[in-house]
Write a protein that binds this ligand. Sequence first.
Ligand SMILES: C[S@@+](CC[C@H](N)C(=O)[O-])C[C@H]1O[C@@H](n2cnc3c(N)ncnc32)[C@H](O)[C@@H]1O
Length: 267
Amino acid sequence: MSGFVSLVGAGPGDPDLLTVRAARALAAADIVFYDALVARGTLDLASRAQRFGVGKRGGRPSMRQETINRLLVRSARRGRRVVRLKGGDPFVLGRGGEEALALAAAGVPFEIVPGVSSAVAAPALSGIPVTHRGLASAFVVVSGHAEDAWGPVLTGLSPGGLTLVVLMGLAARGPIANALLTRGWAPSTPAAILWGAGTWESARWIGSLAELGRADPPPAAKGAPGTIVVGAVVALASVLGGAPSGEAEAERPAAVAAGVAGGTHAR
Ligand SMILES: C[S@@+](CC[C@H](N)C(=O)[O-])C[C@H]1O[C@@H](n2cnc3c(N)ncnc32)[C@H](O)[C@@H]1O
């Protein structure tokens, strides 16, 4: 008897940003193994399923990847319809490829249900297009988790013409900013940190590359996941990012647009 595993992307947080296919897989699931960043409202769509949190959050004890892989294989072999629910897109910096390989090696049938990655959703929800004619013709997504991951990528990036998106990089924002400045990126390059995009913790800071290392989350966003964006496109947030509710930002659209000193917060 063989079940089936759906590796499902949950998007950045808001259940409204799930795909229709993801919602269908959740409704049909017998068992769901979900990540730490998955929203409660999304889990509620799996109304008939048993649900188990197997998520990892930086710096906290977490289940080993091999254990998660084994749980997926074992549940499917018991004939169950399994959803492995992962934040954003399962194949963007989320080890979804390893889970798919483990299922393939075990001969378990599975599907991939792509999700809206926070790499594009977090900027988009703040009015930052990751590409924009005349400003950026490419975007690079990198993990800020360890320097041996982001170091060589940043070394290869010529300043200007592209947008840099860093996931899992809040703790390394200072060293990442320094690496870009050393590589010749202008200190005035617009930069943003977007916390909890698509969730009730949503907040943003917008300033310049020179200030990025000193940018702190507003208290309400402490502990929320954050995405860093660096590049000229960030300046568009002042026009496309909706009415800022943070007074500081409302007062400084010109400074933000020019990427000059004085980072600002808004929720
Ligand atoms: C392990 S990575 C997984 C990325 C995920 N697979 C994706 O495609 O979005 C987790 C990182 O994604 C970013 N992230 C996830 N959810 C976010 C959100 N709601 N707002 C901003 N950044 C988010 C943060 O940088 C966080 O550290």
